[in-house]
Design a protein around this ligand. Structure first.
Ligand code: NAD
Length: 294
């Protein structure tokens, strides 16, 4: 029997409705949650992402500020914009769209964001809080969204072997750290695989929950998956497709058609992890605003 689809769009819609309700309550108390999305340069893919984030914020009843800066913006200028947003009472969440132009060091910029407004969860203070299991920080949106997908689709995680492919700071590492935490949505035995992993298949075959964030089109094939495993595909890769108008299509890191015959549950690409990332950004922003009232 083919795997059940984990419908990221439907689960994200539910999260966004909850966020909109929380935003309404805040507005009633005189606080409109505000998200600033900062983009430097004119990369078309980044423009699509930033527009989608601003639109989602508006749909949730939040104030959204789209800051577009020219590609030759200096690091000092960007840092002073961040300083201004850090002290702007209308702004509760600050997001710097990556990648940044070469003259700007992304780590320096991330460290400049007030951790209480770091709704992307990339500031070392928030990464550290997540690692030690403190709940008052922000968790980066993609791994946080995956944890919600697992919960909402009824996957029981405690005691399971969770294998994460990829160890980036934005997906793989925080994902692994989240799944090893001591709580009912985690408590997994976690293995992290990466480019230097010898015999990837021997690890993936042992996974009850396989989370793939390698950025390599269809590297996970059916023979690498344990029958009945839950498979979460984070990858977004453009590949040639003669049948589509644009000549390309979006695929994940998982060979969906073959793996869905083996897995028990699987996320599609698109429509799986992607919608959750934006939903969790909204959730983090509304929480940042709620925290100002405490
Ligand atoms: P990255 O390039 O920073 O990291 C990729 C990781 O995968 C590295 O740690 C690398 O060691 C590992 N890797 C690469 N090839 C491998 C292989 N053959 N075997 C084992 N490990 C391998 O990428 P990232 O930023 O973590 O993103 C990963 C993918 O997820 C990309 O396709 C990206 O577009 C996608 N992504 C999607 C969302 C979303 O919301 N849907 C969010 C973030 C990232």
């Amino acid at each position: 029997m083919p795997a059940e689809l984990i419908d990221g769009r439907a689960i994200a819609k539910k999260v966004r409705a909850e966020v909109a309700e929380r935003a309404r309550k805040l507005v009633a108390r005189g606080v409109r949650p505000g998200l600033a999305v900062v983009m430097v340069g004119d990369d078309p893919a980044s423009a699509v992402y930033t527009t989608a984030k601003a639109k989602a914020a508006e749909e949730a009843g939040m104030y959204s500020l789209n800051v577009r800066l020219p590609a030759d913006t200096s690091q000092a200028d960007l840092l002073s914009r961040v300083d201004a947003l850090n002290t702007d009472p209308k702004i509760h969440g600050i997001l710097i769209q990556m990648p940044l132009p070469a003259q700007i060091d992304p780590d320096t910029v991330i460290r400049r964001i007030n951790p209480a407004k770091d709704v992307d969860g990339f500031h070392p203070v928030n990464v550290g809080k997540m690692l030690i299991g403190e709940r008052d920080g922000f968790i980066s949106c993609t791994p946080a969204g995956i944890q919600v997908l697992l919960k909402e689709s009824g996957v029981k995680t405690p005691g399971k072997n969770c294998v994460v492919i990829g160890r980036s700071n934005i997906v793989g590492k925080p994902m692994a750290a989240l799944m090893m935490q001591n709580n009912e949505n985690a408590n997994c035995t976690v293995t992290v695989c990466h480019r230097h992993t010898a015999d990837l298949k021997s690890h993936t075959r042992a996974a009850d929950i396989l989370i793939v964030a390698a950025g390599r089109a269809r590297i996970v094939t059916a023979d690498m998956v344990k029958p009945g495993a839950v498979v979460i595909d984070v990858g977004t890769n453009r590949v040639a497709d003669a049948r589509s108008k644009s000549g390309t299509k979006l695929v994940g890191d998982v060979d969906f058609e073959s793996v869905r015959e083996v897995a028990s549950k699987i996320t599609p690409v698109p429509g799986g992890v992607g919608p959750m990332t934006i939903a969790m950004l909204m959730s983090n922003t509304v929480r940042a605003a709620e925290m100002t009232l405490r």
